[in-house]
Every structure is written in structure tokens, then in C-alpha cells.
Design a protein around this ligand. Sequence first.
Ligand SMILES: [Zn+2]
Length: 246
Amino acid sequence: MTISPKLQLQQLILLQKLDDEIVEHRNQLADIPVQIDSEFKELEDKKKILSIAKEEIDTLQKNRKAIESEVQGENDHMAKAKTKLPAVKTNKEYTAILSEVDAIKKKVEGLEDKELEIMEVLEDKQKGLPAIEKKCKEEDSHFQEYKTKKADELDRVTKEMNPLLAKRETVKSQIDTVIFQRYEKVAKSRGGKAVVSLQENICQGCFQQILPQMVINVKVGESIHQCSSCLCFLYWEEVSETVMPK
Ligand SMILES: [Zn+2]
């Protein structure tokens, strides 16, 4: 069965369209896991505020406990000092113990002030925690929605692939083997583009001028032509004034 050059050219144009679509699908298939991954990393970043807040609360509680035990220690110290009082013999000793007790009292007051400050901050942080937890939960569910959407997209794109590949086989069967091989070779070397339009006398693959005779032949469309500079297959495309060339 011989297929007319005119029909083959139509099939070449179709083949290019299919291959463009196939590439687009493959890119999408490769991109989707990357997109999910980057969204997940963003989620983790957003959720860091929760672990930071929890850590802050934990540190404050530890600091508070440390101050409490320091106060306890100072109070014991003070009680011990006071027990010495009945046995005191001189005024000097008495005064010394009293000033020791005073000093401890002041220290305890200072510690208690510090504890109060910590407790205030702690209270604020604890009050703020539910809002942060809520926000994180929302972010979690947004991510789950995004993931489901992307999984659906992946599914759809995967399902679309087989019909495209099958259609490509059909189109391929209507193109002469030698021409098909040339198409593949050009496509491989030119980033997937092997069939381009000719607008005026300019090849849209390499933007070089085409010789007038070939322009006429391409315009007639009864034979298959390749650009002599980039080797792309050429088809005629009328350029209207309102449409910008691609
Ligand atoms: Zn060209």
C-alpha cells in the first residue's frame, strides 16, 4: 500500500501533535511527585511553629521547676540558719545570722519574682497553643486535599497515555518507514520538534529563509519537504494580519 505524500504530510503533522502531547504527559507524570514532595516540605516548615511553641513551653516549665527547687533550697538554708539563733551567745553572732537570713529572704524574693515572670509567659504561650495546633491541623488537611487532587491528576494523565501511544502507532503506520525514521532523527536532535510550519518564506523551526521553489512546493502540499538548514518537515501555514506568528 502506498500512501500519498499529501496524506503522509497530514500524518506527520498529526504525529508531531501527538508527540507534543506525549511529552507534556510525561513531564506531568514526572512533575507531580516533585510537586507533592515540595508541598510536603512546605507543610513541615509550617508545622515547625508548633514544635517550637511546645519546646518553648517545655523550657519554661523546666526553668520554673529549677527556680522552685532553688527556692526550696534557700528556704531550707534559712530554716537552718534560724535554728542557730537560740544558741547564739554574742550580739555580733546574732546580727550575723539575721543578716544571713535577710540575704536569703531577698534572694528568695528575687527568685519568686523571676518565677512569676516565667509563669506569665508560660500562661500566654499555653493559651496560644490551641490556635497553633488548629492551624497545623488545617495545614495538614489542606495538604491531604492537595495530595488527593494530585493523585487524581496522576491517575488521569496515566490513563490518557495509552490511547495517545496507540494513536501514535496508527499514525506511524500511515507514514513511510524512511520518512518516519527521518522524523525521529530530527525530533531527537531538535528537542522533539520535527514538523514545523512555513510562514511566508520563513521556516518556523530555524527561522531561515526557504528558497522560492520550495516555498511553492510546500504551499501546494502535494509532496514532502524538509528545511535544508534544520531538516524539519515543512507544511504551509497562512499568516493572517491579526495572528502573530508562533
Ligand atoms: Zn528550518
